[in-house]
Every structure is written in structure tokens, then in C-alpha cells.
Design a protein around this ligand. Structure first.
Ligand SMILES: CC(=O)SCCNC(=O)CCNC(=O)[C@H](O)C(C)(C)COP(=O)(O)OP(=O)(O)OC[C@H]1O[C@@H](n2cnc3c(N)ncnc32)[C@H](O)[C@@H]1OP(=O)(O)O
Ligand SMILES: O=C([O-])CC(=O)C(=O)O
Length: 372
């Protein structure tokens, strides 16, 4: 038995949710470029969960179901109030909050298909509210009730700020949600599938997935990109900053990918959005710095930007706090986690690979008083 480091190239399951073939990303066979330009996030949720785009009535129904379930239990709000003023990272807060949601759901351990679908709606609907409520509570502000006439993108921005969001902001945010919704067997999705393949419940699967997304080699990279851009501070400092990092053999966040050989197809959409939004805000330095960093990293290391690189300057231009960037990724990716969880339950087998043992052999127990 020989291990493949990081399971590179290992095909671990079949899936009909999304695919990456020859650097092309599709959700249920629809090219991501097509969806990014045309689809609402709610349509994408429906597509991922049902394997087809919704008809008008089906879209209206899922939107109502999501709107009806967007509220969160007051116990979770109370819980946030206990610790949110400290240095808690919002990803840690929502990881705990999602686990808590399971405590208040009488159907948490009901494994019927109908109950699992209802829980999927609940989790998708509540995650945005959890993030914005946490963000407001830690600033000493009261949470804002989601508006039933708004979709997820508009409601996220509205419940974050309490102000009606602009059309441009909603359009950009919707596109970001569409672009992040699913990505084949990435680390957090694999985590979710491993968890529920033991026939554990959906809340456990999503809690585990949030834990995996939090790391800087995965979803946490978007916040790390913004930290890097803030440290660079100005386009003229970019060259020296990046060369210094590379000479120390440090990774440049937002670059590289395990699967894509010729670049992440989502990056160009985010680059375009970053340019458009920075023009609108009149603060173009974040986009210009990002472009410069891309130019240097591509020429020095032949590494291309991934989805996390330009999403950082997009969210910054939308006025969003930097530590909410990864929670926003979760608000979108929970749609993909849930699609994969439902797919796993449909055709389940325990996921249990082997390890290639490299530790010591043939040891004998030594009584504690004889050990050195
Ligand atoms: C949503 C997402 O999860 S997208 C990914 C988000 N993560 C990041 O942006 C973090 C930065 N990028 C990385 O760490 C990696 O490119 C990953 C984690 C995305 C992919 O990792 P892997 O396929 O395991 O590649 P691995 O980390 O082994 O790197 C291979 C080589 O490329 C180098 N490399 C890879 N990415 C980078 C980078 N961003 N900056 C500098 N060097 C890099 C590594 O140092 C390594 O070099 P070596 O062979 O000389 O040691
Ligand atoms: O697929 C991956 O390894 C990481 C990624 O880009 C994503 O999860 O969107």
C-alpha cells in the first residue's frame, strides 16, 4: 500500500453535482461562465439540489421556503452576545452556531428524504442570517430581520448594514455567490461527505465542512489575501513585498490550485468585478495592487490566481469587514455541501480509506518505572 500525498489525483467518489474537466467548471453540466452571467443564486441552489434549473413556479417556491426559514433561534442570538465582543473569529462563531441549530431542530436526526430536504432549506436560509447577526452583535448593533421580498444576495447586504443595498452591489454579490457555490470534491465538501457517510446528521456534516473551509489553504485564503494587500499598502510596494515573500519560500495567498493547470475559470469574473467596483468606489488601489501581484507571481512562479484572490478586493469594495470574507464563502458553499450531502445519503457507503503505516514496528510494552 502506498499513500498519495494529499490524495492528489485520487478519485474518491462519483458525483453528478459539479465537474472540473480540462480546466472547465460546470454545475450539473452548465458552464460556470454561463451561470455567472445569467443565474440568480437561488436558481443555482435549486440546480445543485435537484439536478435541473427551476421552472418559474419551482423558483418561486424555493425562494419562499428560504425566506420563511431565514430567522434564527433567539438562543443563538443570546449565545453570540456572550462572546462576540471578544476576539472570536466569525468562522469559529458560525461553526458553533450551525452546530447549535441542530439542537433546536426536532428533525435533526430524522434521516428521511423529506426531513433532510427541509433541513437543507433551513441551513441554507439561516447561514446568511447567522453571519450578519454575528457581525452586528459584535459591533453592539441589533440584528436586522431579513426582508421576505429580497433574495439571499440582497438580504445579506441589507441585514449586514440595515440599509437598502444598491443594484450594483446586489448584482456583484449574487455573482460571487454563484461562483463559489460548488467545486467538485474540494476539501470542505469531502469533509462533509466523509462525515455524513457514517450516517451522521446534516448539521454535523455542515459543521465539519465549515471547520475545513476555515483554513487558509482553502476558504480562509480570501481573508489572507486582503491581509497581504493591506500590508503591501500601495502598488509601488508590491514588487519588493512579493519578492521578499518568495525568497523566504512563503506561499502567496490566492494563487495556485490542486486541480487547475491553466487557471481557475472563476478568477476572471472576480477580476472584472474587482475592476468595476473599484472604479465605482473611486478607490482603485486594491484592484491595481491585485493586478500587480498577479503579474509578479505569474512571471516568477507561473502560478495563476484562484477564486480567493480577486474575491478579496471585491468584498472589500463592497465595504465588508475582512474577517467576514470566509463566512461569505460558507454562505455560498453551503449550497454545494448540502447537494453533496443529499447525494451521499442517496447512495451511501462508509468512506474509510487506509493509511500506509510508517511508524516503529515490533515494540514491547515497558513498565513505566523502567522507561527513560
Ligand atoms: C477555494 C480554495 O480553496 S482555492 C485555494 C486557496 N488557497 C490558497 O490560495 C493558498 C495558497 N495556495 C496553496 O497553498 C496551494 O497552491 C494549494 C493549497 C491551493 C494547492 O496545493 P497543492 O496542490 O497541495 O500544492 P503544494 O502546496 O504542494 O505546492 C506545490 C508547489 O508549488 C508551490 N506553491 C503552490 N502554491 C503556491 C503559492 N500560492 N505561492 C507560492 N508557492 C506556491 C509550493 O511551494 C510547492 O513548491 P515546491 O514543490 O517547490 O515545494
Ligand atoms: O477545489 C478546491 O480544491 C478548492 C476550490 O477551488 C474550491 O473549493 O472552490
Amino acid at each position: 500500500m502506498t499513500a498519495t500525498r494529499g490524495l492528489e489525483g485520487v478519485v474518491a467518489t462519483t458525483s453528478a453535482v459539479s465537474s472540473i474537466i480540462d480546466d472547465t467548471l460546470t454545475y450539473v453540466g452548465y458552464n460556470i461562465d454561463d451561470l455567472a452571467d445569467n443565474a440568480s443564486f437561488e436558481e443555482v441552489i435549486y440546480l445543485l439540489w435537484h439536478g435541473k434549473l427551476p421552472a418559474e413556479e419551482e423558483l418561486a417556491q424555493i425562494k419562499t421556503q428560504l425566506a420563511d426559514n431565514a430567522g434564527i433561534p433567539h438562543q443563538v442570538i443570546e449565545h453570540f452576545k456572550q462572546y462576540s465582543i471578544s476576539e472570536v473569529h466569525p468562522m469559529a462563531a458560525i461553526r458553533t452556531a450551525v452546530s447549535m441549530l441542530g439542537l433546536f431542530d426536532p428533525e435533526a436526526d430524522d434521516m428521511s428524504k423529506e426531513a433532510n430536504y427541509r433541513k437543507a432549506i433551513c441551513l441554507q436560509a439561516k447561514l446568511p442570517t447567522l453571519v450578519t447577526a454575528f457581525s452586528r452583535i459584535r459591533k453592539g448593533l441589533a440584528p436586522v430581520e431579513p426582508r421576505p421580498d429580497y433574495g439571499i444576495a440582497a438580504n445579506f447586504l441589507y441585514t449586514l448594514t440595515g440599509e437598502e443595498p444598491s443594484h450594483v452591489a446586489v448584482e456583484a454579490f449574487n455573482k460571487a455567490l454563484v461562483l463559489h457555490a460548488d467545486h467538485e470534491l474540494n476539501a470542505s465538501t469531502f469533509t462533509a461527505r466523509v462525515c455524513v457517510a457514517t450516517l451522521s446528521d446534516i448539521y454535523s456534516g455542515v459543521t465539519a465542512a465549515i471547520g475545513a473551509l476555515k483554513g487558509p489553504l482553502h476558504g480562509g485564503a480570501n481573508e489572507a489575501v486582503m491581509k497581504m494587500l493591506t500590508e503591501i499598502g500601495d502598488v509601488e510596494n508590491a514588487e519588493a513585498y512579493i519578492q521578499e515573500k518568495l525568497s523566504r519560500k512563503e506561499k502567496i495567498m490566492g494563487f495556485g490550485h490542486r486541480v487547475y493547470q491553466n487557471g481557475d475559470p472563476r478568477a476572471k469574473h472576480l477580476r472584472e468585478m474587482s475592476q468595476k467596483l473599484s472604479n465605482l468606489t473611486g478607490e482603485s488601489k486594491w484592484y491595481e495592487m491585485s493586478l500587480k501581484v498577479e503579474e509578479i507571481v505569474t512571471s516568477e512562479k507561473s502560478l495563476l490566481p484562484n477564486v480567493d484572490f480577486y474575491s478579496a478586493s471585491v468584498y472589500h469594495s463592497l465595504g465588508i469587514d475582512h474577517d467576514l470574507f470566509t463566512p461569505i464563502f460558507a454562505v455560498s458553499r453551503v449550497s454545494g455541501w448540502l447537494a453533496h450531502i443529499l447525494e451521499q445519503y442517496e447512495n451511501n457507503r462508509l468512506i474509510r480509506p487506509r493509511a500506509d503505516y510508517i511508524g516503529p514496528d515490533k515494540q514491547r510494552y515497558i513498565p513505566i518505572e523502567e522507561r527513560s
